[in-house]
Ligand binder design. Structure first.
Ligand code: AMP
Ligand code: ZN
Length: 473
């Protein structure tokens, strides 16, 4: 299996650190708003990487964080006059709901930055002890970038080029840096911001340190795969490498994988540019599995342009697969003789070529576009060879074949109505979790609003000693 490694800019044979098991860390969202479908691209793609590794028989330890302390969260909390935990808990619940709609598996661990401050203080102390970081007069702790000899190895940037291109980096408040390239590990608290006590000053961590710390805690000092969108290569991932490798003295991640952007009219979809659709917007018009199929329809390192036309194309592709699956389900109820005929035996052998093509595509740096093409070919094959007179074994073998390949891509083939129910159940569970989180954070207005929203969907809640129970009324 080959993986394109941003470190070498080449496809490399994948060899995990420990035979048979893979550790993956994927940078998660900053939780201050509903996620947009650009944010959903890495979620769906890396979930597919995970599913394929599971299919290949690996054990997978998958960690993805929620960044729940950040300027944007604080700004929104101040705007609403609530604690920043109210905002982050609300959007963590919303994000989980969107992930469930997109059939993204729950991470093995989903750490939150605010619950890992102790580990961050510990790693920053190590970096100071080793001379890789220093405390400025105002209590800010900076990373001494020039001290780390491999700085720039991921983004393929040269320190001196960075320096000349970044003179303006010395912005107000950062005059105390030894070098403009130094970056913040810990910053002093400001009025109205969440803060923690530390040996340097009361304050909060910089963004980069959280991923180094959470990945070490849940996956160890060395991991197999680190992923995220390509905008994270510099400075975020470059800084993560500088922190983790200076602290441990070991190579941090073996394979760095980055997805290209989801664009609209060739521009990156982003909150700041205002050219975005939330996952929620899209789910009003399309099923989650249509959006998932659309996101996997291009190779992850190619930019993907969002358009209604492509979404409709994804919808018809999904229809074709679902029609085939429904037909197989119908025929398996009617199929005659259990045993395979000679002709069917031959045909089954032929049908294995689609699985081979599928695996070849996925082994080649997770080419989901070609993997989907192999599935469409299998669908065509099934449609032309399975009939009312096919044997039970023939029908069930091909049904298994289609089910197993679509499963790797996380495309749920349950019948349309049942799928609606399964999706709705996941949505209801997530909304209940959101209501609980809001109550915990004493945001009763939000808790009541979610309860009302559930009531409008015909869902009645009952608070019991074992937790919240719900039923459709
Ligand atoms: P953020 O909350 O902005 O830190 O983003 C969370 C994840 O979504 C990161 O891995 C980003 O690289 C990724 N991301 C953000 N915008 C896009 C986009 N338009 N296309 C693909 N990935 C994106
Ligand atoms: Zn990160």
């Amino acid at each position: 299996m080959k993986i394109h490694n941003t470190l070498s800019k080449q496809k490399e044979e994948f060899v995990p650190l420990v035979e048979g098991s893979v550790s993956i860390y994927v940078c998660g969202p900053t939780v201050y708003n509903l996620i947009h479908i650009g944010n959903a691209r890495p979620m769906v793609f890396f979930d597919t990487v995970r599913r394929y590794l599971l299919y290949k028989g690996y054990e997978v330890n998958y960690v993805s964080n929620f960044t729940d302390v950040d300027d944007k969260i604080i700004k929104k909390a101040n705007g609403e006059g609530v604690d920043s935990a109210v905002i982050s808990e609300r959007y963590i619940a919303e994000c989980r709901r969107d992930m469930a709609s997109l059939n993204v598996m729950e991470a093995t661990t989903h750490p939150k930055a605010t619950e890992e401050i102790g580990g961050m203080i510990e790693m920053i102390s190590t970096l100071i002890d080793k001379g890789f970081a220093y405390r400025a007069q105002d209590g800010t702790v900076y990373y001494r970038t020039r001290k780390f000899p491999y700085y720039g190895k991921l983004s393929h940037k040269n320190l001196d080029d960075l320096r000349s291109g970044n003179r303006s980096i010395l912005v107000t408040g950062e005059e105390q840096k030894e070098d403009p390239l130094d970056f913040v590990l810990w910053k002093p608290k400001k009025e109205g911001e969440p803060s923690w006590t530390s040996p340097w000053c009361d304050g909060r961590p910089g963004w980069h340190i959280e991923c180094s710390v959470m990945s070490r805690k849940y996956l160890g000092e060395q991991i197999d795969i680190h992923g995220g969108g390509e905008d994270l290569i510099f400075p975020h991932h470059e800084n993560e490498i500088a922190q983790s490798e200076a602290a441990s003295g070991k190579e941090f991640a073996r394979y760095w994988m980055h997805n290209a952007f989801l664009n609209i009219e060739n521009h990156k979809m982003s909150k700041s540019a205002g050219n975005f659709f939330t996952v929620r917007d899209i789910l009003e018009k399309f099923e989650g599995r249509v959006l998932r199929l659309f996101l996997l329809s291009a190779h992850y390192r190619s930019p993907l342009n969002f358009s209604d036309e492509l979404m409709n194309a994804a919808k018809s592709s999904l229809e074709r697969i679902l029609n085939c699956a429904e037909n197989l389900a119908y025929l398996s109820g009617k199929a005659g003789e259990a045993g395979l005929t000679q002709e069917e035996e031959e045909l089954l052998k032929q049908s294995w070529s689609y699985r081979e093509n599928f695996e070849k595509a996925m082994d080649d740096d997770f080419n989901t576009a070609d993997a989907l093409a192999a599935i469409y070919d299998l669908v065509r094959f099934i449609n032309s060879h399975v009939t009312e007179t096919s044997s039970a074994t023939f029908v069930s073998e091909l049904r298994g074949e289609l089910g197993s390949l679509t499963d790797v891509l996380g495309l749920d083939l349950s019948a349309r109505n049942a799928a609606g129910n399964a999706e709705e159940d996941a949505k209801i569970e997530a909304m209940i979790a959101e209501r609980q989180a809001a109550r915990k954070a004493r945001d009763f207005a939000r808790a009541d609003a979610v309860r009302d929203e559930l009531a409008a969907m015909g869902i009645q809640l009952e608070d019991t000693r074992e937790g919240v129970k719900w039923k459709r009324v």
